[in-house]
Design a protein around this ligand. Structure first.
Ligand code: SF4
Ligand code: SF4
Length: 128
């Protein structure tokens, strides 16, 4: 006696249901609930959107980087600082672009003053 698979409508229905249940089980459980964004920066801290706040600070010249003499002030003890003008800014600051006009020769302190550092944020908060 030989057994023969009888492919009835019911068999077809069962097969479809099994396939559907299997696929459903394999679906990843993804939650689509929106998440509230917090602690986003209010605005980007960059020299390009700053009023050159750090160029109002006293800049002591510690090493010879080739700052032209006309920008240097020498105190009574021979100490050198960047000369500042009446408006409070360093004399080497280009007033039109608010960029350093002696960038390649700027003092060491200017080179080490980091954008977005605590000092930078303090100066921005005080002047802007
Ligand atoms: S380093 Fe900071 S304070 Fe100085 S110009 Fe750039 S953003 Fe402004
Ligand atoms: S030397 Fe340049 S970077 Fe330094 S304080 Fe003056 S303008 Fe600013």
């Amino acid at each position: 006696m030989t057994w023969k698979w009888v492919y009835t409508k019911q068999t077809q229905k069962n097969a479809k249901k099994l396939a559907y249940d299997g696929a459903k089980r394999l679906q990843p459980r993804i939650s689509m609930t929106p998440i509230e964004a917090k602690n986003l920066p209010v605005s980007e801290v960059a020299c390009s959107n700053c009023q050159a706040c750090c160029c109002r600070l006293e800049v002591v010249i510690l090493t010879d980087t080739g700052v032209p003499e006309r920008y240097i002030e020498v105190d009574e003890w021979g100490g050198e600082t960047m000369r500042r003008l009446e408006d409070g800014w360093c004399s080497a600051l280009d007033r039109d672009t608010l960029m350093c006009s002696i960038y390649e020769n700027r003092p060491l302190i200017c080179r080490e003053f980091e954008m977005a550092s605590d000092e930078c944020l303090t100066e921005r908060a005080a002047s802007m």
